[in-house]
Ligand binder design. Structure first.
Ligand code: NOJ
Length: 840
């Protein structure tokens, strides 16, 4: 039968995968699993059923299909149900704040908040962002991001996500999602899956196809799927499928990734929306598990659609069974009720396409001139949180002889364009499509307008004024004469540099989303060298989207401190000043590895593919970032998890307690048959445009726009239309996978002591060696943030789960604890692990 044969295909695939990814194949998996209201979704499911049962076919279709680009106020809008006073759903970017509006906050990037390693801050940021989206009338916040995870260091959108480590990313995803959804807004985890570079993410001449991320079964489970599993377990309401192909099948119509992995194995109960125009087929994508299409039109403002009227026709002629349509809509409405949209909803009060108070309600058509912006201030007191995360995410990479923190220096010079304001204004570059002035977010859809942006120069100058320090600054990275004059004789020279990246629809200085190199932008490497050649107390501050090559100055004796401040958002200057002056003691640890040269990562962006579809073979398997550096024996500049403090910490007293949760039971049994909700009126005439209807130009409607096609060849994949009970997967059965994966197998604890002179926060990190020759040397599994006074000790405890010590087994399609001896390590970075013990 289909099920066992698809397992066999997967297994066969995986055995040959690393040798032959080039012919990677994504096996079919049908039917699309229908939701069952499990995993804490029962109440929402009941409410959704009641709502969906009253809907007509047209109303159901309207909820699945966007109205088209710039059809309404939000970046994405579903159709409405006027009869029930239901306005339709508003989907809005971004993962760091409400995009394309005003009176919103600009939060630190995902990569920054990850660098705090603080679950409290992960969640608080999510909650604050969620409440801002909610206050603007947004139903679905398009974030957080776990894809890209950060396979290649030059990947343009890595900063939107958290870290190339799946555990850190998974925890950050779960906490962010809970924060957003606690605020009554649906979170949308994206981009599912394999969306690891910007080049060729979509078909673009001369290529006819988007790249295929070719990922073997083990790597899929142990790396790329892992944080999405955590997202599902956290109850995420929506998942956005990506533009790229996965094993040569488009991610937004890939029945294996959507039906098999996401909806069956991970038991995802929410809805899948496409990335904007990532949908490339009509009925096929519906059967493969897509629940909502965005922006709804086939191409940007094309006016035609794969769904809308075509989905109505496909239901009427029996291609799409009622149960599949009902499942799409029930998933969408369940997510709505799950986060309490029915009680939290305020009307959409902004317009993404025009910040003026009055404008067109349907901007693409230039129709309905009316009030479109109410300029609602949703910032609350989030500035304080943004400043806190800014400081807590700043990694102190070098600090010779306690160069930092500063204490009322006599004379300080601040150098570099990156310390200064963009003279044209903070939002002068739309979607941040320039790198002018200080860098506080990357570019693309993952942005928000700044309400204001405190440049480092502003905050440092204010600090100098209150200290009575002499202060000079130079913003021109090329004016070395001015720089020489400024830094000569200064007690401290702080030199700022940045490196930017973003989404592929914007190219800056030849960088089409992905970075072309890992050097600093705007002559900043030369600027640092110049300052360091003069001033013996040079402090380097880096605002970068990921690692840059620091070897040229890392060991320079005049470079006494290096700080990575990432993309800190609107409070940038205040946050860096807090750290430099010791008001905040750095706690951050690097969330990626800093290589000495670009080749050190072993994998890179493919800029000019040699085949079509472009084949991106993830032959390195799970060996990205530190796992690769460790396996290849490459010494990094700074390792994953590394970061200094103004105090010191020691580790002692590792205790490992074995627990006995009982044996792991594969999930067995069958689902119930697919339910349907309400009745469908199959009379085509009742589903046509109402007489005299005025159709807004390029707007996508559910009404039939011609006769329902009949007599079409019905060569759909086997089982695609089958609503009978289906077998469950052994690794499935519960949100994120088999619930026993979260059984505690060992409790591990260690004592962490502040041995220095000031209060500080330490991030103890727990790594495990899974033991097989094919496993990474160590993998991160747990962490905490402990606030310790001088001399104080605290116990770090982590419950090691079954999942933590398992490998994915392709043959049984399940997680298995191998017989290889396993070791647990605890310490302050991936390479500084003073404590270890056997997990026996
Ligand atoms: C495309 C981007 O990939 C996605 O992240 C974003 O949410 C949509 N555009 C909508 O802007």
């Amino acid at each position: 039968m289909l099920w066992s044969s698809s397992i066999a295909v997967v297994a066969a695939l995986s055995n040959t995968a690393s040798a032959q990814l080039n012919d990677a194949y994504s096996p079919p998996s049908y039917p699309s699993p229908w939701m069952r209201g499990g995993n804490g979704w029962a109440d929402a499911y009941t409410k959704a059923q009641a709502f969906v049962s009253q809907l007509t076919l047209l109303e159901k279709v309207n909820l699945t299909t966007g109205v088209g680009w710039e059809g309404e106020s939000c970046v994405g809008n579903t159709g409405a149900i006027p009869r029930l006073n239901f306005p339709g759903l508003c989907l809005q970017d971004s993962p760091l704040g409400v995009r394309d509006t005003d009176f919103n906050s600009a939060f630190p990037s995902g990569m920054n908040v990850a660098a705090t390693w603080s679950t409290r801050l992960f969640k608080s940021r999510g909650n604050a962002m969620g409440s801002e989206h909610g206050g603007k009338g947004v139903d679905v916040q398009l974030g957080p991001v776990a894809g890209p995870i950060g396979r290649v260091p030059a990947g343009g959108r890595n900063w939107e996500g958290f870290s190339p480590d799946p555990v850190l990313t998974g925890v950050a995803m779960a906490q962010t999602i809970q924060g957003i959804q606690d605020a009554g807004v649906i979170a949308c985890a994206k981009h599912y899956i394999g969306n690891e570079q910007e080049h060729n993410r979509q078909a673009a001449a001369p290529y006819n196809f988007a790249y295929s991320a070719n990922i073997d079964d083990v790597t899929m489970h142990e790396l790329y799927l892992w944080p999405f599993a955590d997202s599902v377990r956290a109850g995420v309401g929506a998942i956005m499928c990506s533009y790229n192909q996965v094993n040569n099948s488009y991610a937004s119509q890939n029945s294996y990734t959507l039906n098999y992995l996401l909806k069956n194995e991970l038991d995802f109960q929410g809805f899948v929306t496409s990335d904007w125009w990532a949908q490339l087929t009509g009925a096929a994508s519906a059967l493969a598990g897509l629940d909502m299409t965005m922006a709804g039109d086939q191409g940007l403002a094309s006016g035609d659609t794969f769904w809308g009227s075509n989905l109505t026709a496909a239901v009427l002629n029996g291609t799409i069974p009622q149960w599949r349509l009902d499942d799409m809509v029930t998933r969408i409405m369940s997510a709505y009720y799950k986060v309490g949209r029915d009680t939290h909803k305020v009307p959409v009060n902004f317009n993404s396409w025009n910040l003026s108070t009055y404008g067109y309600q349907h901007p693409e058509a230039n129709e309905d001139f009316t009030q479109i912006n109410w300029h609602v201030n949703v910032q609350d007191d989030h500035a304080a949180l943004i400043r806190e995360i800014g400081g807590a995410s700043t990694v102190l990479l070098k600090n010779t002889n306690n160069a930092l923190p500063l204490n009322k220096p006599k004379y300080i010079a601040v150098i570099g364009e990156d310390a200064h304001d963009n003279p044209a204004g903070v939002n002068s570059c739309s979607d941040r499509n320039c790198d002018i002035g200080t860098l506080a977010m990357g570019w693309g859809s993952g942005t928000a307008n700044f309400p204001y942006l405190i440049a480092p120069n502003t905050a440092l100058k204010a600090q100098a004024a209150s200290d009575g320090s002499k202060y000079t600054n130079v913003s021109d990275n090329y004016d070395f004469d001015a720089v020489t004059a400024a830094v000569t004789g200064a007690d401290i020279a702080i030199v700022f540099g940045n490196a930017d990246s973003g989404e592929d629809y914007i190219t800056i200085d030849g960088n089409q989303g992905d970075r072309n190199n890992l050097t600093l932008w705007g002559n900043a490497d030369a600027l640092i060298a110049h300052v360091a050649s003069i001033n013996p107390n040079t402090i380097v501050v880096l605002h970068t989207v990921g690692p840059v090559i620091v070897e040229a100055y890392k060991n320079h004796p005049n470079v006494t401190a290096i700080l990575w401040a990432g993309l800190p958002g609107q409070e940038s200057g205040n946050a860096i000043t807090d750290v430099i002056y010791g008001k905040v003691n750095p706690q951050a640890k690097s969330v990626f590895t800093w290589g000495k040269q670009r080749e050190d990562w072993g994998v890179d962006v493919v800029y000019t593919p040699t085949s079509d579809p472009p084949q991106l073979n993830f032959n390195e398997g799970v060996f990205i970032d530190y796992r690769h550096f460790d396996a290849a024996g490459i010494e990094p500049s700074y390792e994953f998890g590394f970061g200094l403090s103004y105090t010191n910490f020691s580790y002692s007293n590792l205790v490992i307690q074995k627990q006995n949760p009982g044996p792991y039971e594969p999930t067995t049994g069958e689902t119930s048959a697919a339910p349907t909700f309400g009745t469908i009126d199959y009379n085509a005439a009742d589903n046509e445009f109402p007489p005299g209807w005025h159709a807004v130009k390029d707007y996508v409607y559910p009404y039939l726009d011609g006769p329902v096609p009949t007599g079409l060849p019905q060569d759909w994949p086997a089982g695609a239309q089958d609503g009978s009970p289906q077998p469950k997967l052994p690794a499935g059965g519960s949100g994120g996978g088999n619930r026993q994966l979260w059984d505690t197998m060992y409790t591990v604890s260690a004592t962490v002591t502040n041995t220095g002179g000031v209060k500080g926060t330490e991030i103890p990190q727990l790594y495990i060696s899974l033991g097989a020759p094919t496993d990474p040397k160590v993998v991160l599994r747990g962490f905490d943030d402990l606030i310790l006074d001088p001399g104080e000790s605290e116990t770090f405890t982590y419950e090691v789960t079954r999942r933590d010590i398992s490998n994915w087994d392709t043959a049984s399609q399940n997680w298995v604890v191998s017989t290889y001896p396993k070791t647990v390590y605890v310490g302050s970075s991936s390479r500084n692990l003073p404590l270890s013990g056997a997990l026996a």
